[in-house]
Write a protein that binds this ligand. Structure first.
Ligand code: TYM
Length: 348
């Protein structure tokens, strides 16, 4: 059976981008068709400035929202990254396989260094090594597929390279995974600046639809979305990024396709109204379920505890195999290993 792994970082409130680019696919397809694991990657949440209490709050909120969005613990495994030590154990091995240059080429790293640099600030070392931890997240589970939005494809590509390199150097250990990206809305753009991604940790909230925004706030944000100077509703991303973004959101919510939805709506106003209604229809059951789950934190806690146990049972033997393959002496194997190795004076 195909194994799927994906993760979400609790650095801010989850957005429509997270939902359409990743979460929805996890609940609607992956958990039914594959042996799936979904992780709230809290360690990744510390690669940028963070407040401990907020990180804990956002971790709880992300877990609750994943369940509200339809992840069913009977069908898949939901857990928190820091509850399973195998991620950090394997991450160091990935750092020993990756190069400094590879890490510095990652777009997200370069963008963050540029924006922090402009404010005279430096970034955390963990931001540079982040892709090694992300590779560990994926490879520790032998995942075949990694369902992500478009912005994570480069990190999954690097994960593939590291898996292949490790296997070549130290013997076959890891499954080489591939990214799966949704056909529409793989990169939902900011409603106020449709040339940049709708990101959960962006400064201004006006262009970002948060999954837990009140319905009238969602409606306002969509109706006030920046559109383009033309009048016609056509799907041409390069020329009309604002309209194209709304068409993609509408298509993703209704199951249509952006080109033909452009023909159906004869004004920007009509397109915005239709998109707002479609987003509200899609999110209202998620919000209702979230409210119910918030009243039952013991249930969510139990799901995460059981999820971590299941995750650990899968990751432990894979990471142990990688430790042996790379040359680390297993505990308690001193004399057995010595017998199998050449005489000490032959070791260079
Ligand atoms: P994160 O937390 O930024 O985003 C979680 C998922 O949501 C997708 N996404 C989007 N998709 C479409 N449009 C958008 N505007 C948008 N914003 C976010 C992301 O592509 C992602 O799939 N590095 C990862 C977390 C991670 C991970 C992993 C993912 C850590 N280890 C292992 C997969 C496998 C991240 O920062 O995602």
């Amino acid at each position: 059976m195909t194994r799927v792994f994906s993760g979400i970082k609790p650095t801010g409130h989850l957005t429509l981008g997270n939902y359409l680019g990743a979460m929805r696919q996890w609940g609607a397809v992956d958990q039914h068709q594959a042996d799936s694991l979904f992780c709230i990657v809290d360690l990744h949440g510390m690669t940028v400035d963070h407040d401990p209490a907020r990180l804990r709050r956002l971790t709880r909120q992300a877990a609750t929202l994943l369940l509200a969005a339809g992840l069913d613990p009977e069908l898949c495994t939901v857990f928190v990254q820091s509850h399973v030590d195998e991620h950090t154990r394997l991450s160091y091995l990935m750092e020993c396989v990756a190069t400094d240059g590879e890490m510095r080429r990652m777009i997200q790293y370069k963008e963050k260094v540029a924006s922090e640099g402009a404010r005279g600030r430096s970034v955390r070392l963990s931001l540079l090594t982040y892709p090694a931890l992300m590779a560990a997240d994926i490879l520790a589970y032998g995942a075949d597929e990694v369902p992500v939005g478009d912005d994570q494809a480069q990190h999954v590509e690097l994960t593939r390279d590291l898996a292949v390199r490790f296997n070549q150097r130290y013997g076959h250990t890891f499954v080489v995974p591939k990214a799966t990206v949704p056909k529409v809305a793989a990169r939902v753009m900011n409603l106020q600046d449709p040339t940049s991604k709708m990101g959960k940790s962006d400064d201004s909230g006006a262009g970002i639809v948060y999954l837990l925004d009140e319905p009238d706030v969602i409606r306002k944000k969509i109706v006030r979305a920046v559109t383009d100077s033309g009048r016609e509703v056509v799907y041409v991303r390069e020329e009309q990024p604002g309209v194209a973004n709304l068409l993609e959101i509408l298509a993703a919510c209704t199951g249509g396709n952006p080109e033909s939805l452009g023909i159906v709506h004869d004004s920007y106003g009509a397109l915005k109204q239709a998109t707002a209604e479609a987003v509200l229809d899609m999110l209202s059951p998620v919000q209702a379920r979230h409210k119910e789950l918030c009243a039952d934190p013991g249930y969510v806690e139990g799901v995460l505890r059981h999820g971590a146990e299941k995750a650990r049972a899968i990751a432990r033997p894979i990471v142990d195999t990688a430790y042996r393959a790379i040359g680390l002496l297993p505990p308690g194997a001193f004399s057995g290993a010595a017998a199998a190795e050449p005489a000490l004076n032959a070791v260079r």
